[in-house]
Design a protein around this ligand. Structure first.
Ligand code: SF4
Length: 432
């Protein structure tokens, strides 16, 4: 569901370190909640199960978001809190223990069980952290039970993945030996085919101690310690990064691997940390990078010169605007992000055109007013805002597709551009 949260509205301008003006907004939000992350996380971690403790609304959100996109037996479900639970007339913990025992009896392949909190479980103050510890004890040697919150009160759309990975970091083994050679940790859920492509590129550079987090198994976690170097694959993993840092891991600052330029700079950050010679780097990435540049040409003519605005939703907005401006010739007008983490976004901000109006947070009415005044050729926004904007004649792109589709890396650069061409073609067809 879309969440509307009314909080104090302020609109001061402030200046970033690079002197960029940032518009800060607080007000009505229109975003999906963190439960949405289950849609891609359950596909990635094949031995994990996500049990949402929530209402029928939560169940409908997950089923409708995931149901049209998956064809295998789901590794998620909802333990419904009904009226008796919400009124405090039933013992929710007893019910939960029963549901978990039944689930584990039916699904022997589950090795990690996530209890995912929701708005209703937050409101009745059900302590799922305590429940996870109790159930881990009850089912020890059989399954690991973890907890995180996907509640719309606490999280937006992509923050669910951040909360899930933060919980997993606590379970990663600690390295015992500080003299160990550095290992590279790629953080952020990536489709398996993208993971394989990156693995081949790192191997060609001579970097073989590479782990992906999350990997296909939530039980086989990488060692994390002071020798770990982190490359973020997604910009919305602030809390996960903090948890990794508490273990001694260090961030390799880089733009995100979207488009030929972003992917090259991202790979270059690892190459620099590992001292890969320039000639070897070029030999490893050159052919794929050149293929991506030439594949992008096909879409550049459709996008070149068109204006675009981003409403805050997925946290991918800055990286997408950079890619569309620098590799596709588009003109970003306003780029809104739910939360601006200046450190994580530092390399992206340096590449973003100076003319972009950058906004953090959301006051949906004011942002829609600015969209109407700017009248961009395309608006990237959440699904809840897309239909009304389309009805007003705007061409829109659902930001959720940028998370559901494989868009990272060289081989997907043209597919990423095509995602922005499609709404233009659809609009042209409708106008004929
Ligand atoms: S967690 Fe909250 S916002 Fe998300 S579907 Fe459930 S009730 Fe709605």
């Amino acid at each position: 569901m879309n969440v509307g949260v009314k909080i104090e509205s302020t609109e001061p301008d402030c200046r970033n370190k690079d002197d960029r003006v940032i518009l800060r907004e607080r007000g009505q939000r229109e975003v999906f909640c963190g439960l949405t992350g289950i849609v891609w996380l359950h596909r990635k971690m094949q031995d994990a199960f996500f049990l949402v403790v929530g209402s029928r609304t939560c169940a409908h959100l997950i089923q409708s978001a995931a149901g049209v996109m998956i064809f295998s037996e789901p590794r998620f479900a909802t333990a419904i809190l009904d009226d008796r639970d919400l009124a405090g007339m039933a013992d929710c913990n007893e019910e939960l223990d029963r549901v978990v025992a039944e689930l584990l009896g039916r699904r022997p392949e589950i090795r990690t069980l996530f209890l995912v909190g929701s708005c209703p479980s937050e409101v009745i103050k059900l302590d799922l952290d305590l429940a996870a510890r109790r159930l881990s004890q009850t089912h020890r040697d059989r399954v690991r039970v973890l907890h995180y919150s996907g509640s719309g009160i606490e999280t937006t759309f992509t923050e669910g993945e951040d909360a899930c990975l933060e919980a997993l970091v606590a379970e990663a083994p600690v390295s015992q030996d500080d003299s160990q050679r550095p290992n590279l940790l790629i953080v952020g859920a990536l489709p398996d085919l993208v993971e394989d492509q990156f693995r081949r590129l790192f191997a060609a550079m001579g970097i073989d101690a590479v782990s992906f987090f999350p990997g296909s198994s939530a039980s086989a976690l990488p060692v994390v310690g002071s020798e770990t170097r982190v490359l973020l694959a997604q910009p919305f993993l602030r809390r996960t990064l903090q948890a990794l840092r508490r273990r001694g891991a260090r961030l390799l600052p880089a733009p995100f691997p979207f488009g030929a330029e972003g992917t090259t700079a991202w790979l270059q950050a690892a190459a620099d940390a590992w001292g890969v010679p320039a000639a070897r780097f070029e030999a490893a990435v050159g052919p794929a990078r050149d293929r991506a540049i030439s594949a992008l040409e096909r879409y550049r003519c459709d996008l070149d010169g068109l204006s675009i605005s981003f409403l805050p939703d997925s946290q991918l907005e800055i990286a997408m605007a950079r890619f569309l401006a620098r590799e596709c010739g588009m003109r970003p007008m306003e780029v809104g992000v739910p939360v601006l983490d200046r450190e994580i976004q530092a390399a992206e901000l340096l590449l973003l055109p100076e003319s972009v109006r950058l906004a953090e947070g959301q006051h949906v009415d004011r942002q829609l007013d600015r969209v109407r005044a700017d009248a961009p050729d395309m608006v990237v926004c959440g699904m809840g805002l897309a239909n009304p904007l389309e009805a007003e004649g705007q061409t829109t792109k659902w930001s959720i597709e940028l998370v559901f589709s494989p868009v990272h890396g060289y081989e997907q650069a043209a597919d990423l551009a095509e995602l922005f061409v499609r709404p233009l073609k659809r609009r042209r067809r409708l106008e004929v």
